[in-house]
Write a protein that binds this ligand. Structure first.
Ligand SMILES: NC(=O)c1ccc[n+]([C@@H]2O[C@H](COP(=O)([O-])OP(=O)(O)OC[C@H]3O[C@@H](n4cnc5c(N)ncnc54)[C@H](O)[C@@H]3O)[C@@H](O)[C@H]2O)c1
Length: 609
């Protein structure tokens, strides 16, 4: 039995703690979230994970598992401190390591003897060195060895994944410390890979995530080719998966995932065919779906000047939480998510870390408001809008100045947030001329950002991200195609949750799809066996049906967004007779194309027309 402190009572921390306690260890969990700890002390697990409540309660009752907000109750006397705090996306796509750094500092302050510090948070290579440095600087009396031990568990099967892992990876500059961590896992009888330096173990996690993302992008690209040559991507994947060298997992063509991070009414300066306009991001996102020849005004740090550069990706994702309003000198302001990165005078910083000591780039030539644009006789909409203009405005080439941050306000927000990826500069000029950084989903982007830092351009990783991002909008393209436009069409979404058997909406494609459809003038209805209540809070403008049949009645098209089992067993003939047009876009490939066509549906799957 070992004495273990687990830092962070989230998904990974709590599962690790409960499982290690169940294996007979004496475990104390520390979290800075008082409410979470109070709940856990009463035996309530604050999120849903099958079997975890029972495991937590059982081990808490037998006093092998305790919860606290104080490091002093957990670290002194412990042989191991396992860091499992969050690592959200941070600076320029790299992982935000501030929580890991804070946890390391707090551990150092409470260490009273030699300690093995295990990093389980998903962190890029070289983070272990940072943790070692913090520990050494804050506590010179006691020695701590840092070990990387990446976690591979998946939500929904976390306990099973922890207790029966495919492999355990541990790595450290100190072999004895790595072996000590391996000992914790010995009862699991799983293969254990001990790497002779910490960077290798850290890299295993990032490389694995990037590889899985690459498989999904790969099959999605194959699916796009399949559609063009009349091949069936599902069978192609099945055929490939039978090869032992390839294997069947992560080869499902389907709907991709999205990025972040400004509120939709914030604006950017757009150029297309020599004409410029100031457009809200929500409109840019929408228009970008049909017209990719967009440029936006971006900013180069090296020269502190602005230039029009191509937009390579426009993203939108649902966001619930506090939005920050950053106000600066000269009356500029901008609303964004707390993790949105900014280019500051001293480097890239997240919105939530900005203070009155920070300076942001400002393009003073940029118009302050839409009125200013009209006065300059520029177009206000590029796609189908008025075509006036245009004296070319003197935006490009302008030298930027620096303005100090004055104030940061928070307000609760529930809705869509947007971002653009701009080739080369990775920045764009936004409302009132303030410059902001691009912002992207974490793991693959973080690995790409790390590579760039070491002067290597990871072409394959960039392609993986691009393909994944475009994937979700395929459904919209297919709908447009089948319905001859989207305006006034009634579209029913079968499923809202991000996967079946959950009400979880994080990263759910349904929200993006619904918003794009609404923006295009469609009437959107939805039905989901579990996630309607949550969606209602985010998207009250949707119409909610009590079942799939009510959803279909009078609809022009149905879109399968989540592959719930009950959708696989619907009476399709009954469904069809009640629809205005029998169009089914199967975003999850749950129906058999030939059967659907025999029934008289206009059917489109992903990669199997
Ligand atoms: N969720 C998954 O499926 C999964 C799988 C493998 C790896 N990971 C990685 O594991 C890490 C944790 O993920 P998660 O899903 O458990 O995150 P989470 O957000 O659910 O939990 C993190 C917890 O850490 C706490 N915390 C933050 N700073 C702290 C500090 N200084 N001291 C003590 N507690 C602190 C937070 O209050 C929160 O409760 C991340 O790096 C993640 O990428 C997650």
């Amino acid at each position: 039995m070992s004495k273990v402190a687990v830092i962070g009572a989230g998904y990974v921390g709590l599962t690790t703690a409960a499982c290690l306690a169940d294996l007979g260890n004496d475990v104390t969990v520390v979290d800075i979230d008082r409410e979470k700890i109070a709940q856990l002390q009463k035996g309530h697990v604050p999120f849903y994970e099958p079997g975890l409540t029972e495991l937590v309660q059982r081990n808490a009752e037998s006093r092998r598992l305790r919860f606290t907000t104080s490091y002093r109750d957990a670290v002194p006397g412990a042989e191991y401190a396992i860091i499992a705090v969050s690592t959200p996306e941070g600076e320029g796509g790299e992982a935000d390591l501030s929580y890991v750094e804070a946890a390391a500092g707090s551990i150092a302050d409470c260490m009273d003897g030699p300690l093995v510090v295990v990093n389980k948070s998903t962190v890029p290579p070289l983070t272990g060195d940072m943790v070692s440095r913090v520990l050494r600087q804050r506590n010179s009396k006691h020695e701590a060895h840092v070990v990387s031990n990446p976690e591979f568990l998946r939500e929904g099967s976390a306990i099973q994944d922890f207790m029966h892992p495919d492999r355990v990876v541990v790595g450290s500059h100190d072999r004895a410390a790595a072996e000590k961590v391996a000992k914790l896992y010995e009862p699991l009888e799983a293969p254990i890979l001990i790497t002779p330096n910490i960077y290798t173990a850290e890299m295993v996690k990032y490389a694995s995530n990037a590889f899985l993302a690459a498989r999904i992008s790969f099959i999605n690209e194959i699916a796009r080719i399949c559609e063009r040559v009349d091949a069936d991507a599902m069978l192609v994947a099945e055929g490939m998966g039978m090869d032992k060298r390839i294997g069947p997992s992560y080869l499902d063509a389907g709907i991709g995932y999205g990025g972040s991070c400004l509120v939709g009414r914030e604006t950017v300066i757009v150029r297309r065919e020599g004409r410029t306009a100031v457009l809200p991001l929500e409109q840019v996102f929408d228009e970008f779906q049909t017209d990719r020849a967009y440029e936006v005004l971006a900013w180069w740090r090296e020269t502190e000047t602005v230039e029009f550069l191509p937009v390579t990706v426009a993203t939108m994702r649902p966001f619930e939480g506090n939005i920050l309003e950053i106000s600066t000198e000269k009356g500029r302001r901008l609303e964004c998510t707390p993790d949105h990165p900014f280019a500051t005078l001293t480097g890239v910083k997240l919105a939530r870390d900005l203070t009155a000591d920070d300076w942001l780039p400002l393009d003073e030539e940029a118009p302050l408001a839409e009125m200013a644009v009209r006065e300059r006789n520029e177009v206000v909409s590029l796609a189908g809008g008025p075509t006036t203009v245009a004296t070319p405005p003197p935006y490009a080439g302008a030298k930027t100045s620096w303005v100090r941050v004055l104030d940061i306000k928070r307000r609760p927000f529930s809705g869509a947030v947007y971002s653009l990826e701009v080739a080369g500069a990775h920045t764009f000029v936004t409302t009132g001329g303030l410059v902001t950084h691009n912002c992207f989903p974490k793991d693959v982007k973080a690995l790409a950002a790390l590579a760039e830092r070491f002067d290597y351009h990871p072409e394959l990783l960039h392609a993986v991200m691009d393909i994944n991002r475009d994937q979700r909008m395929l459904v919209i393209d297919k709908l447009r195609d089948c319905l001859d436009g989207l305006s006034e069409k009634v579209i029913g979404l079968l499923g809202l949750a991000f996967k079946p058997n959950t009400d979880d909406l994080r990263e759910a494609p349904s929200l993006d799809i619904a918003r794009v459809l609404i923006a295009a003038g469609a009437h959107v209805r939805a039905y989901d066996p579990a996630a309607m209540e949550r969606t209602q809070a985010i998207l009250p403008e949707l119409e909610y049906a009590k079942d799939a049949y009510e959803l279909a009645a009078g609809a022009d098209a149905l879109v399968v967004v989540t592959e719930w089992n009950e959708f696989k067993h619907l009476d399709m003939a009954r469904l069809k007779t009640s629809m205005r047009k029998p169009v089914v876009i199967d975003g999850r490939n749950i129906y058999v194309p030939a059967t659907m066509r025999e029934l008289g549906f206009t059917y489109r799957g992903i990669g199997r027309e």
